[in-house]
Design a binder for this molecule. Sequence first.
Ligand SMILES: [Zn+2]
Length: 298
Amino acid sequence: MSGEPLRLMAVHAHPDDESSKGAATTARYAAEGVEVLVVTCTGGERGDVLNSSFVPPSGHGFDTLEAKRAVRRLEMAAAAEALGVRQHWLGFVDSGLPEGDPLPPLPEGCFALLPLEEASAPLVELVREFRPHVMTTYDPSGGYPHPDHVRCHEVAFEAYHAAGDGDRYVVDGGAAPWEPLKLYYNHGFSMDRLRAVHEAMEGAGLESPFGDWIESRTAREIPERIATTRIEVAEFFAQRDAALVAHASQIDPDGFFFAVPRDIEVDVWPTEEFELAESRIEVTTPEDDLFAGVRKES
Ligand SMILES: [Zn+2]
C-alpha cells in the first residue's frame, strides 16, 4: 500500500438510483475512509412525482424540466449528505420512461439518443480525474427497462475500458489516463433476496411488497445474473433509508421501499449484492469486499 486512499465510483442514471441500488455499500465504504464518488448521468428531469405527499420546497415548482432539475438537485444533495459521499452530475438530460403501445420516440437530445462517444466522454474524463480503483454500475439490461439505465451501463462500461487508453478520448489539457481495476454491476433486487424477504414477511403475518414482482419476473423467465460479491451493510441501512427519504419527489416514505420492517431485513438479508463483471487483477469469487485483491495492489 502506498498510503493512497482507496476510491470507489458508483455510476447511476438518475438522482435517487444511488439511494436504491448499493446505497448502504457506499455509506459503509465512505465510513471506512474510502473516497466515494456517486456519478449521476442525468438530472432526472423527466421523473414524475411518485410520492403523493410531495410538496415542492418553497420557491420551487415541479412543472417544467428546469424546475424538476432544480428540485432534484436539492434532493440529491441531501441524499449524498445522508450517505456521506461526494456526488457529481454529468449533466445529461433524462430520456424519460417511454410508455404506450407502440412506444413513443425518445425526446430529442436526451441521454439515451446521444452517440456513445459523446455520452461517454465526460465520464472518461472524470475517471481520469478521480482515479477510482473500483467502479459500479448496472448490468447490460440496465437492471430495469429504462433507456437511461441501459445507457448508463454502456457509458460506464466504455469509460472502464477507455479511460486507461491515452489514444482515446483525447482532451487538450485533460487528466492522465487511468485504469480502474474492477467493474461491478448492482444486484440489489435478486430473486433470491425477493423470495427470502417475501417468505419472512408472510411468516410474520405481514403483507409482502414483493408478491406481484416475483410472479411477473418468474413468468418472464429472465435469467438470473450471478451475484459474486456480498457486502455486509446492515449497520448502514439507516443511512440508506435517510438518503431514500431525501428524494421526496420520488420516494413515498410509507411506500414500497419501506414496506419491509428493518428487523426482518437485518435478519433475513443484511447484505447488498454485486456481480464482478470485469477485473484487471486476479480475484477469487465469491467475495465480501469490492476492494478484495485491490488493497494490496494500490
Ligand atoms: Zn433511474
